[in-house]
Design a protein around this ligand. Structure first.
Ligand code: CIZ
Ligand code: SF4
Length: 357
């Protein structure tokens, strides 16, 4: 449905009144009604960098989810404030790794005598305190575009053949990267379940593992199934299956192409007119790609999979409220990471930025 014209007008007027004071970031998974007011769009990593590139803007309105606004706060100056239009816009994946659980897991690895072998790597989709944990413990952050390089780096931090990686919080990205890009065997990947004593793993399983995958997943990407891929192949001749690496291993192994949201967008932009694509990522993005490329046959990989419900919490009424509050001199919903967490999270982010390539 088209956005309410009255709200569109209010958002436009508020943005105009604020001018260069405000910089609006829109994640690719946001609704169209919000994206139309974004100064830039991108994935979480690109947006955090874009925010850092506008030190003159005192207010950053982040249309995305909580961990992304935290990353923007970490990478911007102390004078800038990052605003999340709805504080309930969290991320179920990030919420699956709580700092207390991760510290308990680390203590268990120390007790098992293997912590010295382990380098913690966290996906960008994690809270600031998990990023800080990785910074403090010799690890790094990664994105879905550089997870392979980050793993290569992590294993290179230990003597040949001895290193292990604790991968947080997305087991699928960790497994897909390790098995499909690093040549690590599936059997060398174990899953740490924070709700079970010792992660639900025996000392021998931990000793033999190369990848200790945190039991987290994305509630959107984790829902695509191998059956939906098989069904599309059987019904759409010549279809290209393009999925995000947050999808389950059996989905990714059946796909033609796998990559980050930015990769998915580039791939569709470069695709031949008339070609057929089924895309396994968030529905707002897939719909926008289909609308922007009417000459290509673009469908959603599985019609039973929904939007990201927390991304969708940021809607036009929330954006209007945030912008009009700023016009009225109030700064609502500020996301602020404490100084010590920022310092260590920045260490982990910097290790990522220093990766080759
Ligand atoms: O699944 C997500 O939320 C993704 C891919 C976020 C991002 O931009 O990296
Ligand atoms: Fe989190 Fe998945 Fe939503 Fe991304 S799409 S914000 S990983 S729940």
């Amino acid at each position: 449905p088209a956005s309410d014209p009255h709200l569109v007008e209010r958002a436009r007027a508020a943005k105009e009144a604020l001018g260069d004071q405000v910089f609006v970031l829109g994640h690719h998974y946001q609704r169209d009604e919000v994206i139309q007011f974004a100064d830039v769009t991108g994935d979480s990593f690109k947006l955090a960098r874009d925010a850092a590139g506008r030190p003159d803007a005192p207010y950053i309105v982040f249309c995305g989810v909580h961990f992304m606004a935290e990353s923007a706060d970490i990478l911007t100056t102390d004078a800038q404030q990052v605003i999340l239009p709805d504080l309930a816009a969290g991320c179920s994946m990030a919420d699956m790794a709580l700092i207390g659980q991760v510290e308990d897991a680390w203590d268990a690895l120390v007790d098992a005598g293997i912590a010295d072998d382990v380098v913690p790597i966290t996906y960008m989709n994690s809270s600031a305190d998990i990023k800080a944990f990785c910074g403090r413990n010799g690890g790094a952050v990664c994105t879905s575009s550089n997870a392979d390089v980050a793993l290569e780096w992590a294993f290179g931090q230990r003597p040949e053949g001895t290193g292990k990686v604790l991968f947080l919080p997305d087991q699928h990205l960790g497994r897909n990267t390790a098995v499909l890009q690093m040549g690590i065997a599936l059997e060398e990947c174990v899953v740490w379940n924070p709700h079970r004593p010792n992660g639900g793993l025996t000392a021998e399983e931990l000793r033999n593992a190369k990848m200790i995958l945190w039991k987290g997943h994305c509630s959107v990407h984790g829902r695509f199934s191998a059956e939906s891929v098989d069904q599309l192949r059987a019904t759409v001749p010549g279809v290209n299956i393009l999925v995000h690496p947050e999808c389950r291993h059996e989905v990714v192994t059946r796909a033609d192409l796998v990559g980050s949201t930015e990769f998915i967008i580039r791939t569709i932009e470069a695709a031949e007119p008339g070609s057929s694509w089924a895309i396994g990522t968030e529905l707002n993005l897939v719909k926008r790609l289909a609308d922007a490329h009417p000459d290509k046959n673009i469908s959603f990989l599985d019609r039973t999979v929904c939007y990201c419900s927390t991304m969708n919490r940021i809607d036009l009424p929330h954006l209007v409220w945030a912008l009009e509050s700023l016009v009225a001199g109030q700064v609502p919903n500020v996301i602020s990471v404490d100084a010590e967490t920022q310092e260590w999270a920045r260490v982990a982010l910097q290790r990522m930025l220093d990766l080759p390539g």
